[in-house]
Each structure stands twice: as C-alpha cells, then as structure tokens.
Write a new protein. Structure first.
Length: 329
C-alpha cells in the first residue's frame, strides 16, 4: 500500500558528488546560493546538497510499473533492495521523511459522487478542489486525499492496467510529511527497513483505516428522500395551512406554511404508527415493526386528538359488546 516515499541519506553515508555524476540530467544548481542540484532517476526526483541526498518517488511505480496496483508488504523489501542496488546507496538505513499509504477501491459510481457523504474530521481542514475530482483533508504535516485515480492516470497519459480498465477507481491516500516518529508515536526513527517491518506495516494499515473512520459520514439519502416525499405531497395537493412557531435570536415567531412542506420521513413514521394504532392493532405488534423497545417510547409517536381517542374507545366497546353477545347466544 506504499506509494510515494522520500528517503534522506546524510553526507558521510553517500557521496553527493558521486550521485551528481550518476544523474545525466542533473544540470546546474537551481537555487540562489548554488547549494542544491536536482535531477531524476528511474522516476524518482533526486535533490543533492552538501548535506546529503533526498530521493523521492513512487515505490509502487518503480517496482510494479504503475501505482494503481497495490504494493504488498511481501514486495516492499524487494523493491527497496532493488532500488538500493540501482541507485548505489543502501536505502534500508536511509531515513524516511515522507510516506504515502494508499490503495484503489473499485466503486459502482464515479469517485466524486461519494465526496458529499464525507463530512468533517477533527482538526483537518476539508477542501474540495475546484475541479470537483479531488477532496483534501489538510493538516500541517499530514493529509488525507480522495480522488479519481482513473482520471488522474489518463491526465498524465499513463496506461491503466488491463484489469482496471473501464472501472471506477476510488483512491484514498494517507500522507505523512516529516516527523514520522512523532506523528506515529514511535520509539525509533523510520528508515527504509522499517517500511517492510510487519509491525510497522500493521500500524500503517490501522492508521489508514482509523483516519477514514474518523471522518463524519453525512446521511445524504435521508435529505434526498425528504425532498422526494415533499414533492409527492405537493403534487397530491396536501395544501392545508398549518401554523408553526419558530424561535429566531430568542424571538418567538409564528407563520403559516402549507402542510406538504412539513412532511418528512419522520412524519411518515409517526403516521404509520398512529394509523395502525387507530386501526386497533395491539401496540406490542406495532412496536415490532417500528423497532421501539419500550411502550413509553412508542406512545410518544402516537398522535391522536380527543375525537380520535373517543372513536377508538367507542370501537373497542362495540367489539366487547359483540363478543359478549356471541357468548350469550
């Protein structure tokens, strides 16, 4: 599940000048002081300074050829050893200063259709990118990202593996930027070898899961269903004027609204319970249908005026009389 990883190799463990010779596209320094050189190596960005070397890129792309497939734990060690040999530096002992943990989830609908169900999450700042295709949750050193992996891959003109072609690819990534030891509450620094440690990998999976679980989920379906119910009631001409009271800024106000505007799924639930109760069905039977556990909670759902109470009592008395007469006869 690892994707982008940033390795840091300190001077003394690597020869910066030697790395510069290894990279044909290194070019001239790009900062004002001439202290940093940039180049690429097998899809990785390389930054060389007099202090050491940064190597950043997708471990999945390097080893699998793409980052749509998931890089499994049993493949991580081989990937790091192979990259170490190619780059000429033992990355098992290199410090890891960034790690992205992610996978692709196959969904029925395009990924963007699910974003409206994802609400707030603790101190994260929720931000929907202007294209509507990417959803961010940002902290200073950590980020959650949801996006359309198929659209992103096509935009970069990369190939989508055959088994994923034509699928909705919902990508969820958890990214850590720096201070991994503190963020993950570890007793040791994170190195290349740490990435394929079974305990650490399990910790990352659990953290990836927990971060998603902590996002509040918005029940859009109830909102949409209520809109549909109101539309049906309006077409059915349930237009009786109802007086309602509201309190705004401590001031009680009264207004008249058509009845259809007040109808919701909750109204339907109350009506369902009340109509069955008025029909003479025993409360215990209705409670099985509504899910109420106590008679007290159930009775708060019953809405009967005085006339309806009288009618119900009269109906009950008539049934008693009929029963008594049948026994006498």
């Amino acid at each position: 599940m690892y994707d982008t990883v940033r390795f840091w190799v300190k001077r003394g463990e690597v020869c910066p000048a030697g790395i510069r010779l290894l990279l044909p596209d290194m070019g001239r320094p790009r900062n004002e002081n001439g202290r940093f050189f940039y180049g690429t190596f097998k899809g990785f960005t390389v930054t060389v300074s007099r202090f050491g070397v940064f190597l950043q890129g997708s471990l999945a792309k390097y080893y699998l050829g793409n980052n749509i497939e998931t890089l499994r734990l049993d493949q991580v060690e081989n990937a790091i050893e192979s990259l170490s040999q190619d780059f000429g530096v033992d990355l098992r002992t290199a410090s890891v200063t960034r790690v992205d943990f992610s996978t692709v989830i196959l969904t029925d609908q395009p990924p963007a259709r699910y974003y409206e169900f994802l609400g707030k999450s603790g101190r994260y700042r929720r931000y929907l990118y202007s294209s509507g295709l990417t959803l961010y949750y940002n902290l200073k050193k950590r980020r959650l990202i949801f996006y359309d992996k198929a659209a992103e891959t096509q935009a970069s003109q990369a190939e989508i593996p055959t088994e994923f072609a034509g699928q909705n690819l919902f990508r969820y990534e958890l990214r850590f930027f720096g201070r991994l030891r503190q963020q993950l509450k570890l007793r040791h620094d994170v190195t290349g070898a740490t990435l394929y440690d079974n305990g650490f990998y399990r910790l990352m999976v659990q953290r990836w899961h927990d971060e998603f679980t902590n996002i509040s989920k918005i029940n859009i379906m109830n909102t949409k269903l209520n809109e549909y119910i109101k539309e049906i009631c309006e077409k059915a001409k349930i237009n009786d004027n109802i007086e309602v009271q509201t309190i705004t800024a401590g001031t009680r106000q009264r207004k008249i609204v058509p009845k259809w505007k007040l109808v919701s799924t909750h109204t339907a639930r109350r009506s369902f319970a009340s109509n069955l109760y008025k029909s003479g069905l025993q409360p215990q039977t209705i409670m099985k249908l509504t899910g109420h556990r106590t008679l007290k909670a159930f009775m708060t759902y019953i809405r009967l005026d005085d006339t309806e109470h009288f009618t119900l009592a009269q109906k009950h008395m008539e049934e008693i009389q009929k029963s008594t007469l049948s026994e006498i006869c």
